[in-house]
Design a protein around this ligand. Structure first.
Ligand SMILES: [Zn+2]
Ligand SMILES: [Zn+2]
Length: 253
């Protein structure tokens, strides 16, 4: 007998636009703002369904990531359990919260802002940065300065700021090698299992796969089998490179 849980959950595809060749950048910040609102709507609606413990919103972009549908889209999986990576993150946030009586991500963000060498840009509450532990080339996280657990905690101005930050990241990525960067984008939000998670801090993570014009970053032996990521560039250098690009169309409108 193979021990498995009963299959349960939902998979949704979110089309960003009717335009087949569009990207989040060509669609503009206003469309990203609408996408943020759809993300929240689906997070709340799916999170209310019986047995759904975690709503995972993500985007895979580019054939290099294995995308078979080239139309601009994201995906939403509603799980009957908290998946292992968010679970480990939550356990670490919880431990830090009870040991230090503070939030790990709030503290990390304060350190990053004080050091400033890994900051890429900032939109109101939302800071775009390369984490000091970046695993993928040009890996970027978007973290709000205000401690909050999910999209449900944001006000309309913060939605707009988040849309600006997401647009900003993709606009910079597409300038690194002059072609659309293949990437994965994920949202880490509070589980919807009814538990209390005061220590959770909402954020987005981007994992690009291109490390030079003709080389991809693979999850090879050491990354996959040992869970240890090898990079040959300092996170400060990736941040510096990303900072130098202009992002027109993303002013404070
Ligand atoms: Zn926090
Ligand atoms: Zn995370």
């Amino acid at each position: 007998m193979t021990p498995v849980l009963p299959a349960a959950g939902y998979c949704e595809v979110l089309l960003y636009s009717a335009e087949h060749d569009a990207t989040l950048v060509s669609l503009g910040r206003k469309t990203v703002y609408k996408v943020v609102q759809v993300w929240r709507d689906r997070y709340e609606e799916l999170g209310r369904q019986p047995g759904i413990e975690y709503v995972f919103i993500f985007e895979n972009r580019g054939r290099e990531v294995g995308v078979t549908l080239s139309h601009p889209h994201g995906q939403i999986y509603a799980f009957p359990f908290v998946p292992p990576i968010p679970k480990r993150e939550l356990e670490n946030l919880e431990r830090y919260w009870y040991q230090h009586r503070r939030c790990l991500l709030c503290d990390q963000l304060q350190n990053e802002l004080a050091e400033s060498t890994r900051i890429v840009s900032q939109y109101g509450q939302f800071v775009v940065l390369v984490p000091f532990y970046a695993r993928f080339p040009y890996e970027v996280h978007i973290i709000p300065q205000r401690h909050c657990g999910s999209l449900s905690d944001l006000n309309p101005q913060e939605d707009w700021d988040l849309a600006g930050a997401v647009y900003d990241v993709v606009a910079r990525y597409d300038q690194v090698f002059g072609v659309p960067m293949p990437y994965m984008m994920v949202l880490h939000q509070t589980p919807t299992d009814g538990g209390a998670y005061p220590y959770h801090h909402f954020h987005l993570e981007f994992y690009p796969l291109q490390r030079s014009p003709d080389k991809l970053k693979y999850r090879a032996g050491c990354e996959t089998g040992a869970g240890t990521f090898i990079t040959d560039v300092l996170p400060e250098d990736w941040a510096k490179q990303l900072r130098q690009f202009e992002v027109p169309g993303c002013s404070g409108r």
